[in-house]
Design a protein around this ligand. Structure first.
Ligand code: DGT
Ligand code: CA
Ligand code: CA
Length: 578
């Protein structure tokens, strides 16, 4: 289990204990533990593997919580939590995921108007039943309805990296069996959508029935949802639903095209096909003889052939959302050098032990070399972020000296020094110009006052970008996929300003961020802005998440030339000169 999962369970327990009106100190103990775990740079499972006793050195973790952490790490669950959850009706605790609904309010709703689940709550809000409850009102109802809508959209979906990890495990399990020939991921996962509902896998196999057996024997299977000769679905324990299909090699391309979707993309493709007298299905592209009505297969072995038959260039999966890609594929105007992972030459937003990172600069550099990078930038926090040990001017300049000395010493990679400086509420930056001027790269970011009204937030960001030393805007929207909707500001104004001032907009993949998202990338690109794909890693393993930034950039139709950290060192440095 990851720190995030463990932290979520502890925080849930805190909430449940509060609903049960248990001792406030116990409630607080779980919440503190949850918070501290979330802030840890090292994975609990690593600490445990090295020395289980060290778990007790984490602030807020005593003997009891230590044992619970060990239970979660070694069994993947916590009996105590499961028993607590069973005390409530099914679906009741789901309501804790609604933003704006904490344990106090939830308890009231249960005690006063007998709310049992999200459906009940929605009905009650619509009927105005919350207005009579002390401390709530019309405004609460409206907010909750919004939160319910958001909740439903996300229900049952997982974040792309998580889905990708599961798919990787299952594919490598299948690959161990020589019966499987081709194995490809399809569906929203192949398209790189930021959340994935279920995982779709397509294979060819010598013996279909045996392939089904192998799949449904996946060790972590909780239940087999369906099993036929060529199609099966399993539910993975605490994981996704996975659909597997075995198809004929001669129509593999057609099947891959069909099951990659998106549905809207395929519907449009079929319209084009119809206009040309073809029929398209997961079995291939077929021409229909008008007299006899007989169908003849015209393409199907590869996706390229399928698209070609229909008069289109092959369309990269990330573009298949019916957002103009079909017209472009017909006209031959798809992006020519759509960015790819191997274009990335460095990571320009990394944290070190100088603020809240877990890695020393030497470790970041050596990991970057392993990844084949030409350069990195170490960009720690500025002083506003006290809990992250942010730096003031004096400490930053000293730190910069140290990093530059290291850069001279360490061969094979260029190490830049920069800062992730906060844009304060009034739009001023958190550090004085005399310090910013000394940086190789200045990344401006917002980590406070998320709720400012649109005009103020826009003005704040624009003013921040006015500082002439700023090179990039980190995680511009401030959104966390499941937990925070993001800042309210005029996107076009900020994107245009960035374009004008040669400020790079970040595509950040840290934690629950994919920020900017695909649509924002597309829009900003149209407005002439350029980008920087960064992991904002606080740990060397997180540097691998860059691939999800690349996928998102592809979904935003961005090309290599649009992204700063695809440039070779000299060219990149020129772009940073102010
Ligand atoms: P998800 O799982 O909700 O994240 O989204 P997808 O796109 O993976 O959707 P899923 O798993 O329901 O189906 C996988 C692909 O199969 C989908 O992208 C397109 C294709 N597909 C499924 N149902 C239909 C359909 O009714 N019509 C068409 N044209 N394609 C479909
Ligand atoms: Ca799917
Ligand atoms: Ca599916």
């Amino acid at each position: 289990m990851t720190n995030r999962e463990i932290s979520i369970i502890f925080s849930r327990i805190g909430d449940i204990l509060e609903i049960k009106s248990e001792n406030v100190f116990r409630v607080r103990a779980y919440r503190t533990a949850a918070q501290n775990i979330m802030g840890l740079a090292r994975e609990l499972s690593d600490i445990y593997a090295a020395n289980p006793e060290d778990l007790e050195n984490i602030p807020g973790i005593g003997k009891d919580l230590k044992e619970k952490i060990i239970e979660m790490i070694s069994t993947g669950k916590l009996k105590y939590y499961e028993a607590l959850a069973r005390e409530f009706p099914k679906g009741f605790l789901d309501m804790l995921s609604l933003s704006g609904l904490g344990p106090k309010k939830l308890k009231k709703l249960r005690d006063e108007i007998k709310i049992k689940n999200v459906d009940d709550l929605e009905k009650a809000c619509k009927k105005g039943k919350l207005e009579n409850i002390e401390g709530m009102g019309a405004k609460t109802q409206e907010k909750l309805l919004g939160a319910i809508e958001h909740f439903r959209k996300r229900e049952g979906r997982m974040l792309l990296p998580e889905a990708d990890e599961w798919a990787g495990k299952i594919v490598s399990y299948l690959k161990k069996d020589k019966n499987f020939k081709k194995i490809e991921k399809a569906g929203s996962l192949r398209r790189g959508k930021e959340t994935v509902g279920d995982i779709d896998i397509l294979t060819t196999a010598a013996r279909s029935k045996k392939a089904m057996d192998r799949f449904t024997s996946y060790p972590e299977t909780e239940s087999i949802i369906a099993k036929g000769m060529t199609k099966a679905s399993i539910q993975v324990t605490e994981g996704p639903q996975v659909d597997l299909r075995v198809v004929d090699a001669k129509c593999f391309g057609a099947a891959l095209q069909y099951f990659t979707g998106s549905k809207q993309h395929s519907v449009e493709v079929r319209k084009i096909a119809k206009g040309k007298g073809y029929k398209v299905s997961e079995y291939g592209v077929f021409s229909v003889d008008k007299k006899t009505g007989r169908e003849r297969m015209a393409a199907g072995k590869t996706e390229e052939k399928v698209y070609k038959k229909l008069g289109m260039e092959w369309i990269p999966p990330e573009l298949r959302e019916n957002r103009g890609e079909i017209e472009a594929a017909i006209k031959g105007t798809l992006p020519k050098n759509l960015i790819k992972l191997s274009d990335i030459k460095g990571d320009l937003h990394l944290h070190s032990v100088a603020s809240d990172g877990n890695a020393r600069v030497e470790e970041l550099a050596s990991q970057a070399k392993k990844k084949g990078y030409e350069y990195i930038a170490v960009t720690d926090h500025s002083k506003l972020i006290k809990i992250a040990n942010g730096m003031d001017e004096k400490r930053l300049l000293k730190h910069a000296d140290r990093v530059r000395k290291l850069d001279k010493k360490i061969k094979g990679i260029k190490i830049l020094v920069g800062i992730e400086v906060d844009i304060l509420e009034d739009g001023k930056l958190d550090l004085e110009d005399y310090a910013l001027r000394e940086m190789d790269i200045v990344i401006a970011a917002i980590h406070s006052r998320f709720a400012l009204p649109k005009e103020k937030q826009t003005a704040r960001i624009l003013k921040g970008l006015d500082n002439k030393y700023v090179n990039a805007l980190a995680h511009p929207s401030g959104r966390l996929i499941t937990r925070r909707t993001g800042l309210n500001f005029d996107l076009d104004k900020v994107f245009s300003k960035a374009a004008e001032e040669n400020i790079f907009l970040e595509i950040n993949t840290h934690g629950e961020r994919i920020d900017l998202n695909d649509l924002n990338c597309r829009r900003a690109g149209e407005l002439g802005a350029r980008f920087m794909i960064s992991t904002d890693a606080h740990d060397i393993s997180q540097m691998d998440l860059v691939k999800y930034g690349v996928i998102t950039a592809r979904r935003g139709w961005l090309e290599r030339k649009d992204v700063l950290n695809t440039y070779p060192l000299e060219k990149m440095l020129k772009e940073l000169k102010k």
